[in-house]
Design a protein around this ligand. Sequence first.
Ligand code: NOJ
Length: 765
Amino acid sequence: MLFSLTALLFAPSFVASTTSGYAQSSPVFPSPPGKGAGIWADAYENAQDFVRQMTLEEKVNITRGFTVTDNVCAGNTGTVPRLAWPGMCLHDAGNGVRAADLVNSYPSALHVGASWDRNLTYDRAYYMGQEFKAKGINVLLGPNAGPLGRTPLGGRNWEGFSVDPYLSGQLNADTIVGHQDAGVIATLKHFIANEQETYRRPYFGVEAVSANVDDKTLHELYLWPFMDGVRAGVASVMCSYNRINNTYGCENSKLMNGVLKTELAFDGFVLLDWNAQHNLESANAGLDMLMPGGGFWGNNLTQAVQNGSVNEDRVTDMATRILAAWFLVGQNGTNFPVPGIGLKNLTQPHEQVDARIPESKPVILEGAIAGHVLVKNNDALPFKKNPTMLSIYGYDATIPGTKNTDNLFQLGYTSSAEMGQAVLGTEQHFNQAAKGGTIVTGGRAGANGPAYIDDPLSAFQQRAKVDGTWINWDLTSSNPDVNAASDACLVFINAIATEGWDREGLHDDFSDGLILNVASKCANTIVIIHAAGIRLVDQWIDHPNVTATVIAHLPGQDSGEALVKLLYGEAVFSGKLPYTLAKNESDYGVYAACGRGPTNTTDPQCDFTEGVYVDYRHFDEKDILPRFEFGYGLSYTTFNYSSLAIEPLGIKPDAQGSSTPSSDEALWEVIATVNATVTNTGPVAGAEVAQLYLGIPNSPPKQLRGFKKINPSPENSTEVVFELTRRDFSVWDVITQGWVVQSGEYAVYVGASSRDIRLDGSITV
Ligand code: NOJ
């Protein structure tokens, strides 16, 4: 069944079906071949030359996975021995090389998001990419732009940088460039609207959840960071497990052929999320590579070409896209290791491939420091003098006792029973807090295990050894004794999340009780939360004895050292929340994942009726006061904002019926600049994240459209310049299928958070 591409491109994308009443994804065929535009030109030339020499069987062979006993890569493609093509190893992901020895554990994406630091983001991605390369991993299965974070309970939200599409887009782009500069193929995942783990995959006759999302919301929210990723040159995109408008992500021709490959002109390859294929037809829908096996195509794809149901040009395009990605990042060079060479079964004899290089060390520590967010400080921090006595409480202060290369460890669990089992939304879930020890990452594909974890208790003890500080600790009691001479009581709790499960809630009674018990006995109680997502604090944040609170996110292996530097004032807090921290669960516009709790359906539906009103867009629109707003974070110094200068550079509204297509260069043209001066008016050096929000007509009150991390020294100023593109001012027009600058007044806000606006003005278009 082939449809005219032109006719379908101008049709509204998603229409309600008259039969089922459910949203439907419209078909878009045929699959557009890659064009090799811009940075892809040479890679395409090389790939086309290469693929021309391949037989149909050889082409099919590189579009699928094979079981390889020689390595533990998450997937391996076929090889082309006749042309000496070695195949590729594909492997996870977010925190560093997974399931491997001799690698580093980096701060998680959420932690990076909290740093708002583009330079550190690039550096982290570059050094992490080098480790993947050293291990012989061709395709790094990250970064992550989906889930974005529609529900705060999302089990994988921590694998992404932020719930805000602009912040996510910028940091995804920097990460992609970093990974690919290091010589590995980055994979932007999961495409798209993969917003919950509940019903994430079909099981036992129950379909995966259908994310029913309208065209405008899709473009302005969920697709936005993918646009940045494609523009940054991402060589691979992973389609998702869920359905979108009732068609599975990996067979959704509207999304793969239409949105990704036509509208965004993506020239790389679409990679199957593991076992997410449901039929052979996905070949025509735009899927290019299967993992981890041959799925529905294997040899059938050869037969399908022979019997005419798949055109050989489509298979040629798949192979060309895959090889172009390989050439794009330079894997044809002589210095790329044998695929999977450093990724062996650790219990079998294997060569030691140490992937860690000294240059990554400061990046890991700086990154760990930068993602800590100080949300309350009654002058308790930094410590005024070296404390004589510190008391340390809570299960999260120390290293878990389980082994460092498996998931229980990464989750801070002591047994699989504690972790629980869950497949469907109605089944058993696990504890919100991982009480087996400190967490430096969330769980599963995004996680990895390092050689050491600089856990908080050890780090404070090492410091105590130098300073002579007396440390008391009790990590098990829920109501510990407090030595009345303590200078400060540090309480460590956490909130864990993992692929495969959505969270049960945003705070737990045990941890809240522990904090209140310590605070009832200790006048200087400092709370530190390692958090794989949003963790509410209202049970105790106003307690007068809670003098400071740190959201420590997921810092990676240098967790303890980073925290000690911050508390002793050798480093300054500069992180800001990449999400809204509400007072109550009910304040979030969307709270629970769809289909949670008892349900009879075999066809779970999730209507994204909130549109783009997710996180602060919802809080602002409904005028709900958050506990700590998006973009909020304290420092040890203060910053003054002045001298706002707005310069529209010939910005004009689009005429009725005209718009800018997503792949058009004009979308990225700078059409206004905004300057402001930020002065460090406090006592110490420190970094500030200056944020720019636009109030676009007929849209949420404020939307992030710029941020700069700067560090003027005391009494000095830095001028920040925000360059705003046509896209930044645009809304998606469902009729013309393009981006439109409306006429009207655009509010311009510059400040220290989404609600701490220091300067404002406007642009009339
Ligand atoms: C499934 C996960 O959804 C994906 O993120 C991961 O990369 C693959 N498994 C491979 O482990």
